[in-house]
Design a protein around this ligand. Structure first.
Ligand SMILES: [Zn+2]
Length: 528
């Protein structure tokens, strides 16, 4: 592999240390030397005067397993400077899929990945046959997927046999290189799991030195109960816990980020290994059906559709949502806070809010939402504006909170270019560095970079990535701090970020003068 020297840039090494002028030499996929006037004879040069040279950004929270098989160039992420994506979050993974269960898995995951085919597969086969990608991949196995395989959409405790099957599938995934288990306790069937089931799986993680990532059971009116559940899991199992896409959702809960962070800091002070990450937006995204009480989907999609045909069920849903706000989101300002994102069979509605659709159809917005779920058989995703801007800023100010997009690798053209995805797919890292660092000056740039690199690598247990140090793997992002910015908006999301000049993955240029080279040098990252 050729030697490459990035010359004259401002090095921000990912540790939180202040910027310094230096050259960075890369050789054989690793960082060879960092210093003044590094010899460049025979090396390929990247001139970086006026540019920041940083470790490649680690997107610790993504669902790019929905898109990388079709779009392995990871365009929207590479063009934000991302070199590693953690996939398989929120309880959802595409594997394992037991014989005869592919149709059930496809139906379950259709609001997230309508374009993917599913087939019977072990986790080992899934990992081994993953296409070459431009980004590195750290892969998780999802608890909701394991539960779906073991016992379907049943709202009950697993039998000893079913729990043993989940344990065996988890062990197989970990043996095949999964970094850990993700949970999606907010939604069925993960929401049907309690205490002992999760702790039993946690003991497996501990035995294998693996990690636990959790989409909390509740991010709105009961968020602090859910935080306690995550802390308790960490205390009981000794496993590192990552609360993903941390938020306090719903207008009744705004202003409580300080309390959230204080609780995590107390737990850490007592020895619990617990961290969190955040995306820098006030809107969240979810299947539309998940805004309704979780009992609605018990038994699967057909059972849900049958229930929605009954007037008394609709009245019960309205009463519950009226009392508590939307499931998973809490109270929002109006139905105009709920915007159709991707709707595979009703594409004409992408970008419209439920409020708009209700006005056009002359319906009560609640009925418009429920009718929509029926019309597309629960496949639609929505973007929900449910978080306070000041709360987003409070998480950004906290140096220990990592940046994670919760977004997919996509591109404006091809199958992933459809609908109105959340702008975080394209903008997350550029938004933090452009809006919150350069424009609002909320935190120093070296703190922001550490939240995207060194801290994330530490949480993942990656020993040779996330910092610019000799000997580390050569994942490097070069960007212009004066121009880096997101371009994606909620109305017009399919727009790449700007200001990223070069991205190297394992020493191979993937972005060069702002253009994707087509290279796919990404590796599957494994536990240390
Ligand atoms: Zn989630």
């Amino acid at each position: 592999m050729e030697t490459l020297v990035i010359r004259g840039g401002t090095v921000i090494d990912g540790s939180g240390a202040p910027p310094r002028e230096a050259d960075v030499a890369l050789k054989d996929g690793r960082i060879a030397e960092i210093g003044r006037a590094v010899s460049a004879s025979g090396a390929r040069l990247i001139e970086a005067k006026g540019l920041v040279v940083a470790p490649g950004f680690i997107d610790i929270k993504t669902h790019s397993d929905w898109t990388l098989p079709l779009m392995p160039q990871a365009q929207s992420k590479i063009r934000q400077g991302v070199t590693t994506e953690v996939i398989g979050h929120c309880g959802y993974s595409c594997a394992p899929c037991l014989p005869g269960k592919a149709a059930a898995l496809k139906q379950y995951l259709s609001p997230s990945a309508p374009w993917l085919d599913f087939k019977d597969t072990s986790y080992a086969d899934y990992a081994a046959t993953y296409p070459a990608t431009s980004v590195n991949r750290a892969m998780l196995v999802g608890h909701n997927t394991l539960r779906l395989m073991a016992m379907g959409m049943e709202d009950r405790k697993p039998t000893p046999v079913e729990l043993a099957l989940m344990v065996r599938m988890l062990e197989e995934a970990l043996a095949a290189g999964a970094m850990g288990l993700s949970s999606g306790l907010f939604t069925a069937p993960g929401s049907y799991a309690h205490g002992e089931e999760m702790v039993e799986l946690g003991r497996v993680l501990k035995r294998h030195s693996a990690l636990y990532f959790t989409h909390l059971r509740d991010e709105a009116n009961h968020v602090f109960d859910a935080v306690e559940e995550a802390i308790e899991f960490g205390a009981q199992t000794g496993v590192h816990v990552q609360i993903v896409h941390a938020k306090v959702s719903g207008t009744d809960n705004w202003g409580k980020v300080g309390k959230f962070l204080a609780r995590l800091r107390e737990a850490r002070a007592k020895g619990v290994k617990i961290d969190c990450d955040e995306y820098p937006y006030t809107a969240a995204s979810n299947p539309l059906r998940n805004l309704m009480p979780s009992w609605l989907v018990e038994g699967g999609i057909d059972a849900m559709l049958a229930r929605l045909g009954q007037a008394e069920v609709r009245a019960r849903i309205k009463a519950e949502v009226g009392a508590n706000g939307l499931n998973n989101f809490g109270r929002v300002k109006s139905w105009d806070a709920v915007r159709i994102s991707i709707s595979p069979d009703l594409k004409q509605y992408a970008g419209k809010t439920i409020g708009q659709i209700a006005r056009e159809q002359g319906k009560d917005p609640f009925d418009a939402a429920l009718d929509y779920i029926v019309a597309d058989r629960g496949q639609t995703r929505v973007v929900v504006d449910s978080i306070a801007e000041d709360d987003v800023r409070d998480f950004i100010r906290a140096p220990e909170v990592m940046v994670g997009s919760d977004g997919n690798s996509v591109a404006p053209t091809g199958i992933t270019g459809q609908g109105k995805p959340h702008p975080r797919f394209y903008g997350t890292f550029a938004r933090v560095l452009g809006r919150y660092v350069r424009e609002e000056k909320l935190i120093p740039i070296e703190t922001a970079i550490a939240k995207m690199t060194g801290r994330s690598a530490a949480a993942l247990g990656l020993k040779d990535r996330g910092l610019l140090r000799p000997g580390m793997r050569a994942d490097v992002t070069v960007f212009d701090p004066a121009s880096i910015a997101e371009r994606a908006t909620y109305e017009d999301p399919h727009r790449f970020a700007v200001g990223i000049e070069a991205v190297l993955v394992n020493g191979v240029p993937v972005l060069d003068h702002g253009d994707h080279t087509g290279a796919t040098p990404g590796e599957m990252l494994r536990r240390a």
